[in-house]
Design a protein around this ligand. Structure first.
Ligand SMILES: [Zn+2]
Length: 498
């Protein structure tokens, strides 16, 4: 997600008080590291569509539980968020006796005295479009649910009541849907049965059900499936071009990819944004589409795809609060650099994108005086400019300065982080690796950024790397590449090997 409203997990109860996509995914993926000893599934769900705009869900729990959750994104019109779409919820013990299941707030239901449930049933109303989920501080329908064309789209955590403390063992979902329908999801399917790899994998993915057909591209051994709402059909060729090119360019930069299957949804909204999940993401594009919007949504698409390596992929922080300058800021810089390398940005757009980074950091100094990069996420909304602008400027300067000596050095540093991301990074392990790969430059640069250098100092530092910058006040920034007599004048570190 690229808005400033990426959230944090409020408690171990998996309630989110603000939307959390990539950050949440960062937490949620942690369970994937635990090698679970799974003798059987932990749960099996069944989904049917008995009536327009309502699904029937039933589930049997091989591992009985006393607490179930949806994610919780409260908005003014729905103070209890997604849980208000659950009706007729019933719980049963192993003998089939009904067990009361009480709503306890923040998207959670519990049994009295922790009585164990062996099965449940409920109806899930597909009424989410009655509410705007995308206001200030809220996640947007891309992280909740929406209905477009003939498709019902949901985040798993808005649809399935889940015990997020179940071990990471398989969960089956049997879909009993109208004959013309198909399920578009990242979960492997056999016939009508999808299998998620565990509770977080079920909750932290998006899927759709309906008669609309998704498109699948297999490129470079990786399979990308994507479904586009009819209101965005004019964007389809551009989306396809980006998906045909970017994954390979990114994989080449990172020295590989740890994913082979990914599912993406696109639908219209009044603003452009996206949410990244474990093996899927959803984007809402401001409609009607126009040429200017293409600039923002193609960058968002590039950014969310980059998260497959950095942020939602293996490279992430044990405490994401300390590492979002890397997982968001570096992601944003790398999106610009590699989209340039892939031929999607010309000199003018590249200059504008770099000017945006500088402006963002300038605003960060006003919004977040005295805040250091490693603590910026503590007050994420306020420090958004520092996380994204400060993080991206750190990446740009590190790239420029390492590349001055060795054109591959920055790429090698990022590859090294990716290669050693077998477990989430503590801030100390991250900095040790970055400093080892950069001769201490990474730490020095971050310390310099934490002094909140003035625009004149930044301008001087950039000038040594072929970037002429000008500023006026705190909001006007201009970047030019020195005249080189050719069209393609960007400094070498921004162009990459191609
Ligand atoms: Zn992001």
């Amino acid at each position: 997600m690229i808005t400033r409203w990426e959230g944090v997990l409020k408690s171990a109860k998996k309630s989110l008080f603000i939307a959390g996509s990539v950050l949440a995914a960062t937490f949620l993926n942690a369970s994937a590291f635990a090698a679970e000893n799974c003798a059987s599934n932990v749960a099996s769900y069944k989904v049917s569509f008995p009536a327009e705009d309502a699904f029937s869900v039933s589930a049997e729990f091989q591992q009985p539980t006393s607490r179930l959750d949806l994610f919780w994104f409260p908005v003014a019109a729905r103070p209890e968020g997604q849980s208000e779409s659950v009706v007729d919820l019933k719980g049963f013990d192993a003998d089939g006796n009904e067990v009361p299941l009480n709503y306890v707030g923040e998207g959670g239901w519990e049994t009295p005295e922790k009585k164990k449930l062996s099965s449940i049933s409920y109806r899930l109303l597909a009424d989410h479009d009655e509410v705007n989920w995308g206001g200030v501080g809220a996640p947007g329908k891309d992280e909740v649910a929406t209905h477009f064309d003939s498709s019902y789209f949901f985040a798993g955590h808005a649809f399935f009541l889940i015990d997020y403390e179940w071990p990471a063992c398989a969960i089956d979902v049997t879909f009993d849907l109208p004959a013309a329908w198909s399920v578009t999801s990242p979960w492997p399917m056999q016939g009508d049965v999808a299998t998620a790899s565990g509770p977080w994998n079920l909750g932290q993915n998006v899927f759709s059900m309906g008669a609309d057909k998704a498109i699948t591209n297999s490129i470079g051994g990786r399979e990308l499936t994507w479904l586009v709402a009819d209101s965005l059909k004019d964007a389809k060729p551009d989306i396809e071009r980006l998906f045909k090119v970017l994954p390979d360019v990114y994989a080449e930069f990172w020295g590989g990819a740890d994913w082979d299957k990914y599912t993406v949804f696109f639908f219209g909204d009044d603003m452009t944004d996206g949410g990244a999940f474990q093996d899927s993401f959803a984007m809402r594009l401001a409609t009607p589409l126009n040429e200017a919007e293409k600039v923002t949504w193609s960058h968002t698409l590039g950014h969310e795809t980059m998260h497959l390596w950095n942020g939602a992929g293996p490279l992430r922080g044990e405490n994401p609060d300390q590492t979002n300058w890397l997982t968001e800021g570096f992601t944003d810089y790398l999106t610009i650099k590699l989209m340039r390398q892939a031929g999607f940005l010309d000199d003018n757009m590249l200059q504008q994108r770099i000017a945006n980074i500088l402006r963002r950091f300038e605003i960060a100094k006003l919004m977040s005086p005295d805040v250091k990069l490693f603590e910026a996420t503590k007050r994420r909304g306020e420090n958004w400019f520092l996380i994204y602008g400060g993080g991206a400027l750190t990446a740009l300067l590190l790239d420029a300065e390492l590349s001055a000596e060795d054109p591959d050095a920055f790429r090698n540093l990022m590859r090294d982080l990716y290669e050693h991301a077998d477990k989430p990074y503590t801030i100390d392990r991250l900095m040790d690796r970055m400093n080892a790969a950069s001769g201490g430059k990474a730490g020095e640069l971050i310390a310099w950024m934490d002094t909140h250098p003035g625009a004149a100092e930044i301008r001087e530092r950039l000038a040594g790397h072929g970037l002429q910058a000008a500023f006026f006040g705190v909001d006007e920034f201009y970047v030019r590449f020195p005249e080189c007599g050719r069209r393609d004048c960007a400094p070498g570190f921004l162009k990459g090997p191609r």
